[in-house]
Design a protein around this ligand. Structure first.
Ligand SMILES: Nc1nc2c(ncn2[C@@H]2O[C@H](COP(=O)(O)OP(=O)(O)OP(=O)(O)O)[C@@H](O)[C@H]2O)c(=O)[nH]1
Ligand SMILES: [Mg+2]
Length: 192
């Protein structure tokens, strides 16, 4: 664990020097975080329909138009009232979040209690002292009636996507780019 923490610190410093923004994918477990990372970067990341399929952080490089580059990291799913020992076990993953310039908060939009889950995830983020800006990503809209996912996303100021079908990703990237480079040009809009 110590060695891993040292390696992470190293990576963090290198990223800091190069000023590459980090986009961290967060969300309730099974929301589709790993599927989204895969869709965005077209690489294989462990995906499974089970609790906590992602047990360690996974980072990928992603290029925006205009040669802008970001690092996207996948994290373990958050659930309501995450027990303290689980928080300890996932500290490595949660520590990665300290790097984040932007949180892509993935929501399974087709789940009836998705608003309660959004709040649960926000509570965990708050409890670990995470305050980076957030973009709500309403995923799995292919499981909903036409237009329903878009309406939900609009209501919450988020974007609607299907990570599985790879729809809505262009809009997602445009919004993320706008949030990271608020002035449209120049240096990324880092939190620190
Ligand atoms: N229909 C549909 N299924 C999806 C979509 N995105 C993800 N899934 C499915 O949802 C299940 C969970 O996806 P994952 O990407 O593993 O979810 P996760 O958020 O990474 O899960 P944890 O790492 O366990 O927290 C898988 O069976 C995916 O195929 C989507 O847009 N539409
Ligand atoms: Mg996962």
């Amino acid at each position: 664990m110590k060695k891993l923490a040292a390696q992470r610190e190293n990576r963090r410093q290198r990223r800091g020097r190069r000023a590459v923004p980090v986009l961290s994918i967060v969300g309730y477990t099974n929301a589709g975080k790993s599927t989204l990372l895969r869709a965005l970067t077209r690489t294989e990341v462990h995906v499974a329909d089970q609790m906590f399929a992602t047990l360690d952080p996974t980072s990928r490089r992603l290029r925006f138009p205009r040669e802008r580059e970001v690092i996207v990291t996948d994290t373990v799913g958050f659930i309501r009232d995450l027990p303290a020992d689980l928080v300890t076990a996932f500290r490595a993953t949660l520590e990665e979040l300290a790097d984040a310039s932007l949180l892509l908060h993935v929501v399974d939009a087709a789940t009836p209690d998705c608003e309660r889950r959004i709040e649960a995830v926000r509570r965990v983020l708050h409890d670990i002292g995470m305050e980076a800006q957030e973009l709500l990503v309403f995923n799995q809209i292919d499981r909903m009636a036409d237009g329903e996912g878009d309406a939900m996303a609009r209501l919450h100021g988020g974007v609607a996507v299907s990570a599985l079908r790879r729809t809505g990703l262009r809009e997602l990237l445009a919004r993320a780019e706008g949030m990271l480079w608020a002035d449209g040009e120049g240096a990324p809009n880092h939190r620190r």
